[in-house]
Design a protein around this ligand. Structure first.
Ligand SMILES: [Zn+2]
Length: 181
């Protein structure tokens, strides 16, 4: 298991538009594995490359048994709208209602470089839209409306009191694993 450090609100890479992936090679596949490991460790349903400091168009989502690597993902269809609560591993413990398409169809390359079409609604649809936003430098805070956004940013700053820097280092639970073995 290889965990990556998570970049938090304030880290400039979260505001970058990520670059297209030209070749899906072993290095990209290893990176996808790290993204899945880091997402699972953090109990998230999605993680984008720029959340771990890499501005490339790579993300992962995982809702129950539906797990996808998304390379150069594009939303090709959307239908309906639905508002629900959303959070982000880069803005821990802050949640807000975000309106999203109720259903999306995404085209992306998978970790083998094969084009896939993924249809998602409910939590999966929301995760797909949230992660593709990340790749464009957009955070869910940008979609909650200005008043709510000011409130949430204030809450975030309060929760960060005394902490410096914008990178959260994840620790692998070595001792716990050893005890189980
Ligand atoms: Zn996020």
């Amino acid at each position: 298991m290889s965990l990556r450090d998570i970049h938090l609100l304030g880290s400039p890479v979260l505001r970058q538009r990520s670059a297209e992936v030209v070749t899906v090679d072993d290095e990209v596949r290893a990176f996808v594995t790290d993204l899945f490991d880091t997402m699972d460790f953090s109990k998230g349903v999605g993680l984008a490359a720029n959340q771990v400091g890499i501005a490339r168009r790579i993300a992962v989502v995982g809702v129950a048994e539906r797990r996808y690597a998304l390379i150069n993902p594009v939303i090709v269809e959307r239908a309906g709208t639905v508002k629900d609560e959303e959070g982000c591993l880069s803005i821990p413990e802050i949640y807000g209602d975000v309106e999203r398409a109720a259903l999306v169809v995404v085209e992306a390359l998978d970790e083998h470089g094969v084009t896939r079409r993924i249809e998602g609604s409910e939590l999966l649809g929301r995760a797909l839209q949230h992660e593709i936003d990340h790749l464009d430098g957009i955070l869910f805070l940008d979609r909650v409306g200005p008043i709510k956004r000011r409130f949430l940013v204030r809450e975030w700053k309060k929760s960060r009191k005394g902490e410096i820097g914008y990178i959260k280092v994840l620790r692998e639970p070595v001792a716990a694993d050893a005890a189980k073995a």
